[in-house]
Design a protein around this ligand. Structure first.
Ligand SMILES: [Zn+2]
Length: 197
C-alpha cells in the first residue's frame, strides 16, 4: 500500500514537472491543462534563502495531509506579505510557545484577505512582532511582521497557509505555488529556496 502511494506521488511529481514544459500546441489541444492558480512570493525579503521543513500534503510530522508550509528561520526574521490584501486579524501579545496542547492557543499571527476572498495565515510571530494593523492594505513583499516561536511550535519558524474555496466550493486549505530561483513551483520539503519576485 505504501509503495502504491509512493508510486502515485512520483507520478504526480512527474506530472507537475511535465506541466511546466508544455508547448502552446499541447495547451491548445487540451493535452495539458494550464495551472492558473496565483503565484505567491515567498514571505521573506527578496534574496533571502530559506529552508522548507514541511510542504503541502506532508506524510510525517505535524502537518499530516495538510496543505500548509513550515519555513525554518531565525527568530526576528522579517516576514513579508506573500500576496497583496487587507489585514483582517492580528495577534501579538503572546510570548509562550511549546508542544503542549495548551500551546495551540498561544500563537501570534497575521491574517490577510486577498481579492479572491482567500486568506493567508502567518503564524508563530514573536511578541510585539506585528508591523501592520487590522484594516491595513498591504502590498505583496511589504514587511508585515517578525518571526518567532509562539504557539504550538518547537523551534523558531513560520507557518504559512492559504484558506479558500476549492473547485467544489468547499472551504479548505489551498495548495500554493511560489516564485523561486527555479521559477514558479510548488515547494518540496527539506529544500532551500531563495525569494524572488
Ligand atoms: Zn506548521
Amino acid at each position: 500500500m505504501r509503495f502504491l502511494f509512493s508510486a502515485i506521488c512520483v507520478f504526480c511529481a512527474w506530472l507537475l514537472h511535465a506541466q511546466s514544459r508544455y508547448t502552446t500546441r499541447q495547451l491548445l489541444n487540451g493535452r495539458y491543462k494550464n495551472d492558473s492558480s496565483y503565484i505567491y512570493s515567498l514571505p521573506f525579503e527578496t534574496g533571502k534563502k530559506v529552508f522548507l521543513i514541511q510542504g503541502i500534503n506532508e506524510t510525517i510530522f505535524s502537518h499530516k495531509g495538510e496543505r500548509s508550509l513550515d519555513f525554518k528561520i531565525k527568530k526576528g526574521t522579517t516576514i513579508c506579505a506573500a500576496r497583496a490584501g487587507v489585514v483582517t486579524a492580528v495577534r501579538q501579545d503572546s510570548d509562550k510557545g511549546g508542544l503542549k496542547p495548551e500551546n495551540l492557543a498561544d500563537g501570534n499571527y497575521i491574517i490577510i484577505q486577498h481579492n479572491d476572498c482567500s486568506t493567508a495565515w502567518y503564524w508563530h510571530l514573536k511578541k510585539n512582532g506585528v508591523l501592520v494593523q487590522e484594516g491595513d492594505s498591504v502590498q505583496e513583499g511589504q514587511p508585515i511582521g517578525l518571526s518567532g516561536n509562539t504557539g504550538f511550535s518547537a523551534f523558531p519558524h513560520l507557518h504559512f497557509e492559504v484558506q479558500g474555496r476549492d473547485a467544489a466550493g468547499n472551504y479548505t486549505r489551498l495548495a500554493t505555488r511560489f516564485y523561486t530561483q527555479h521559477g514558479p513551483i510548488y515547494l518540496s520539503p527539506l529544500r532551500f529556496y531563495r525569494t524572488r519576485r
